[in-house]
Design a protein around this ligand. Sequence first.
Ligand SMILES: CC(C)(COP(=O)(O)OP(=O)(O)OC[C@H]1O[C@@H](n2cnc3c(N)ncnc32)[C@H](O)[C@@H]1OP(=O)(O)O)[C@@H](O)C(=O)NCCC(=O)NCCS
Length: 222
Amino acid sequence: MDGLDEANREAGGPDQGDRLTTQSSGPAPDPSVREGFFRNLPVLETPRLILRPLTLDDVDDVYAYASDPEVARYTTWEAHRSLEDSRTFVEAMVRAYRDDRNAPWAMVLRETGRVIGTVDFVAWAPQHARAELGYAMGRSYWGRGLMTEAVCTLVDYGFRRMGLNRIEARCIPENRASARVMEKAGMRHEGLLREVMYSKGRFIDLCLYAILRRDWEAAIAR
Ligand SMILES: CC(C)(COP(=O)(O)OP(=O)(O)OC[C@H]1O[C@@H](n2cnc3c(N)ncnc32)[C@H](O)[C@@H]1OP(=O)(O)O)[C@@H](O)C(=O)NCCC(=O)NCCS
């Protein structure tokens, strides 16, 4: 019997014979970090953006970008067809904050004070210290590094304040701009999830990208 088996037996756990090898020595997950997180979504600042919860006053701004079919081209949601669609979306998000469910940050462009898009942890499994990012922004703001700025801020926040060990993002292979944002935020391409989702009437492949806490620590140490 080696030392590890000895330690497991002493810990009094069930049969530890098939225990998986530990890959990382980061902090153990603390699921309590999620409690109240979305109810009290923190306001975050970047050089050009303020990230804050959506409010009902943002409906017009949301409609301005979410009604553009080009913005919705590679997203799993359909372009909003009316202001009512945007109102329904924002109201659902306001309820999600209240009920402490996953909900986005509105991206406010400091220069104009307008909401130009959203960025969010679309999934968060605190028991595994793992979360997934999603984002969308108005077409007239593309190509200025704004989404990279927002995503880098959330990656940083996720590792520093949310106790995450792994942050993922997924995109349709054709969505090269989104893949670039992931790469610029330090994520690595891990593979192609074949026909992983049924969206807009067809099964779609998604590229999986991720950054681990240890990748991020190595990057900030450089
Ligand atoms: C994807 C999206 C968030 C990118 O935001 P953005 O602020 O324009 O991104 P950035 O300016 O930070 O970076 C974009 C990068 O993609 C590159 N890029 C843009 N279009 C590209 C294309 N067609 N092919 C290859 N690279 C492309 C840019 O050159 C830039 O890379 P660089 O800095 O190395 O030159 C934005 O286009 C968007 O909101 N799209 C609609 C919604 C969407 O697709 N969301 C993601 C779903 S997974």
